[in-house]
Design a binder for this molecule. Structure first.
Ligand code: CTP
Length: 398
């Protein structure tokens, strides 16, 4: 049920850290993937090797590990997750979080993130009941941090009371509740993605360089916020998003048909690079060379514009329609004009000139155009663009 959801698990330094290894399993059993981060103190209680072996991921430990920075910066590491769980959340970690400190990798990730965070506190009952801890707890709750536990019971230190970390299954259930009750819960969103292929004859076709990676990232980000996503994709090379209904098509006309079947929806994101033209007279026989050496002439017909068609629908028009404008010249002027011409609500404009490395690459540099004007986003990964867009859509659809 958590298929495709990514959890960043920060393991704090307490005796309950051993239960975090079980938590990795409990989350995986529910379909989530888990990337562990361990504090220095945590590695006194459990070994990074166990966390890595159980999760199947590298364990991140050090803020200043340059290799890690090259692989994935700490901002990216914290934002690529759908949920961050801190378990065990020690008194010390809670205090640092409440103060907004960034003194090691774990606290820096927590300060840098804009994804939901849940803590599972674990400490001695006196520490838990201390006015300072209760004050920190209140601050964290006010900051929007979810809290699971602690439970009452016998403690490793021989005392009895509140302070035992919740059982891994309870923490995993609480995580599932947060992940499945995102702000887009109950919303249906259509995402088109990838290129289309327009046949010339049974063996040849016209295509474009779209990989579909931005569309996949958007579908993942929307479903992580709880949306039901119909993902309508041309023949893309990117991985398919997880937990979405996947509808595969080949041509622009098939894509439009599939969109019409998938309607109604609350919102639609048209990220596909749809071919503007198809062959007017595609043949079902292979075009052969002839003895005279005649060069075939390809006649084109215009494809339907899916974005414009849906944006201009009188009935069933989604409340929020987002289009893309991939341009090489006069990006903002062209994109602004495109938004008005097609009558969509938002346009995500980007420069796809070869020197930007965006087409087929992992990063994107976009400007969001809405009825209120232009918002320039810094260059960031396609995943980060997707998450920012999904959050903005969730705010709009509230
Ligand atoms: N689009 C669509 N159907 C088409 C062509 C484009 O749904 N037949 C959508 C794309 O998914 C994208 C937006 O329209 O969201 C803009 O695509 P783009 O190719 O940039 O615009 P075009 O209308 O093709 O304009 P031009 O090629 O002249 O720039």
């Amino acid at each position: 049920m958590l298929n495709g959801r990514r959890v960043l698990l920060i393991i704090g330094g307490g005796i309950a850290a051993y239960k975090s290894l079980e938590l990795i399993r409990a989350l995986q059993k529910r379909g989530a993937s888990v990337v562990p981060v361990m504090t220095r103190a945590a590695s006194e209680f459990v070994t990074p090797l166990s966390a890595s072996a159980l999760s199947g991921h590298k364990v991140y430990q050090d803020l200043f590990d340059l290799t890690d920075e090259a692989e994935m910066g700490h901002i990216e590491l914290s934002r690529s997750a759908d949920l961050i769980i801190v378990a065990p959340a020690t008194g010390d970690l809670m205090a640092k979080m409440a103060l907004g400190m960034a003194s090691d990798l774990a606290t820096t990730l927590l300060l840098a993130t804009d994804t939901p965070v849940m803590i599972a506190p674990a400490m001695n009952v006196r520490m838990w009941e201390h006015a300072a801890t209760q004050r920190n707890l209140e601050t964290l709750r006010r900051d929007g941090i979810y809290v699971c536990g602690p439970d009452e019971g016998d403690m490793a230190c021989g005392e009895f009371g509140f302070g035992r970390m919740s059982e891994p299954d309870s923490i995993a259930d609480a995580a599932a509740d947060i992940l499945l009750n995102g702000p887009l819960k109950g919303k249906h969103i259509i995402v088109t993605s990838g290129p289309t292929h327009e046949p010339i004859d049974p063996v040849r076709y016209i295509a474009n360089r779209s990989s579909g990676s931005q569309g996949t990232a958007i579908a993942n980000a929307l479903s992580a916020l709880g949306a039901r996503v119909s993902f309508i994709t041309g023949p893309a090379s990117a991985e398919m998003p997880e937990g979405c209904d996947i509808i595969r098509v080949e041509t622009a006309r098939e894509m439009l048909d599939a969109v019409q079947v998938a309607l109604p929806c609350d919102a639609a994101v048209f990220a596909a690079a749809v071919a503007d033209w198809r062959m007017k007279d595609a043949t079902d026989r292979k075009i052969k060379k002839n003895a005279a050496g005649d060069i075939p002439v390809l006649n084109f017909a215009e494809n339907p514009d899916i974005l414009a068609t849906v944006s201009q629908m009188k009935k069933n028009r989604p409340r929020l329609i987002v289009g893309f404008a991939a341009e090489t010249d006069d990006v903002l002027e062209n994109a602004t004009a495109k938004r008005e011409r097609k009558q969509c609500d938002w346009i995500v404009a980007n420069d796809v000139s070869p020197e930007t490395g965006i087409m087929g690459g992992t990063e994107n540099d976009v400007t969001l155009i809405t009825e209120n004007g232009l918002i320039d986003w810094p260059r960031m990964s396609k995943n980060a663009v997707a998450q920012k867009l999904a959050k903005q859509m969730a705010d709009e659809l509230k």
